[in-house]
Write a protein that binds this ligand. Structure first.
Ligand code: FMN
Length: 428
């Protein structure tokens, strides 16, 4: 196979046939890893090949977020790298030599597998590294880097989009992109136009970056997600007109679409056409028919829809420059008898954590919000005040903690995270 055909034709495969990967094919794939470059030619990588069903199940369930395809794939290659030397010697900024070397070996394996007709998936969502070491009896000093799932492909996915070359190559000096954003995690420092452009671009550049979307796609549904969907099932009726506010990657939207017979009674409001195109492409993966999309125009929020029975707004108000304006629009398009299903994470009780974190949180690029955009959590008081001033009242509410009480309170103090609030609103 031509090298460029392999580079562009290889896809991440997430559905595998049960047929085993023959030993001689597996050895060729592993041999390709051996020929990868490594820092100082140290070659401190180790590969554990796993085919035993029970071990694969243990890896998936205990160490890797229960990712289904790790159990399905007939062969897993768990890639480790001994970075003891690197950690001892590297005093300056870490260049992650060991990870770079392991990554080169992994990509060699992916390309070799593709050339041999074998599908592969590079999995780095390892939740618990030590558990993985323990399951495979690997000494602690050797760290897991990733898992390569291998098998005969049972799907031929379309290529996810790539950033155009001109947007990422800089000649001689770095060229600032035309659209630069306020590098702030505070949405109130953004204009609606800036936010619309950012959301429209970051969804593509990050591929399937939206964690919620990934959750739905790979069967890793979180508690929050299940709660929201149960809430939706309770308050939706077969003839309701539903409006989903800012679906972004489409994670929650997929959940809603799966729960209705007629997709056309679901309307979605997004800020840019580019974002809608991204959602459409992602929906194809689920073979779900499209809902009706509405795109905002200009620097003022305006939803081109009316007589809505049920609005779903899951973790979105806190991401807007002017959440009050969004509430006002929701109020305008909602029937007098309509309901709003709202979810938001409330700011934690510990201001200390917030103060300590402030310098980091000021910068979007170094914060954990880089892929989903600016967001500022409301305090309980701010949130309830906003709802009342928006002419809504809460008729049902539930507070819950994703991680259980102890962990959640620890998180609240350390990182100023709070509890999640689910609320059902009615017009006053
Ligand atoms: C370092 C790395 C880690 C990845 N981890 C995961 C993962 O945990 N789960 C998953 O489904 N895909 C994972 N992927 C696959 C990417 O989602 C995939 O490469 C990307 O969407 C582009 O699609 P393509 O590989 O088909 O071109 C990972 C890829 C890389 C390079």
């Amino acid at each position: 196979m031509e090298i460029f055909d392999a580079i562009t034709g290889r896809r991440s495969i997430r559905k595998f046939a049960s047929k085993a990967v023959p030993k001689e094919v597996l050895l060729k794939i592993l041999d390709a890893a051996r020929w990868a470059p490594s820092a100082c030619n140290r070659q401190l990588w180790e590969f554990v090949v796993v085919t035993d069903h029970d071990t694969k199940r243990q890896i998936a369930d205990n160490a890797c977020f229960k990712q289904k395809f790790l159990k399905e794939a007939p062969t897993l290659i768990v890639v480790f790298y001994d970075d003891t030397k690197e950690r001892r010697e590297e005093s300056g900024p870490r260049k992650h030599d060991s990870i770079q070397s392991a990554a080169a070996a992994i990509q060699n394996m992916n390309l070799a597998a593709y050339a041999l007709g074998i599908g592969s998936l590079w999995v780095c969502s390892i939740k618990n590294m030590m558990k993985l070491n323990k399951i495979l009896r690997v000494p602690k000093r050797i760290r897991p880097v990733a898992i390569v799932a291998l098998g005969y492909p049972r799907e031929t996915p379309e290529a996810p989009p790539r950033r155009p070359l001109e947007s990422l190559v800089h000649y001689e000096k770095f060229q600032q992109l035309q659209n630069s954003y306020p590098n702030s995690t505070d949405p109130r420092k953004w204009s609606l136009n800036e936010l619309a452009t950012f959301r429209g671009e970051i969804c593509w550049y990050g591929g399937t970056i939206d964690p919620e979307f990934t959750l739905e796609k790979y069967n890793m549904e979180s508690r929050a997600y299940q709660k929201l969907m149960a809430f939706f099932e309770e308050y939706d009726t077969p003839k309701s007109k539903v409006l989903d506010i800012l679906p972004f990657g489409g994670g929650y939207l997929v959940g809603l679409l799966k729960r209705v017979e007629d997709p056309k009674r679901i309307h979605c409001f997004e800020l840019s056409g580019s974002n809608v195109r991204f959602i459409r492409q992602n929906l194809k993966t689920f073979a779900l028919s499209e809902p009706i999309f509405h795109v905002n125009r200009g620097n003022r929020l305006r939803i081109e829809s009316e007589d809505v029975d049920l609005v779903t707004c899951f973790f979105r108000l806190e991401k807007l420059p002017d959440p009050e304006a969004m509430l006002a629009e929701i109020h305008r398009v909602l029937k007098d008898s309509g309901h709003v299903l709202l979810a938001t994470e409330l700011r934690g009780m510990g201001r200390l954590g917030h103060i300590v974190q402030t310098p980091k949180r000021k910068n979007l690029h170094t914060s954990r919000l880089w892929s989903t955009g600016p967001s500022v959590l409301f305090s309980k008081g701010e949130f309830f005040k906003m709802i009342t001033l928006g002419n809504f009242k809460i008729i049902h509410q539930e507070l819950y903690r994703e991680d259980g009480w102890i962990k959640s309170i620890g998180k609240q103090i350390a990182r100023s995270e709070g509890v999640t609030l689910l609320a059902l609103l009615e017009k006053t």
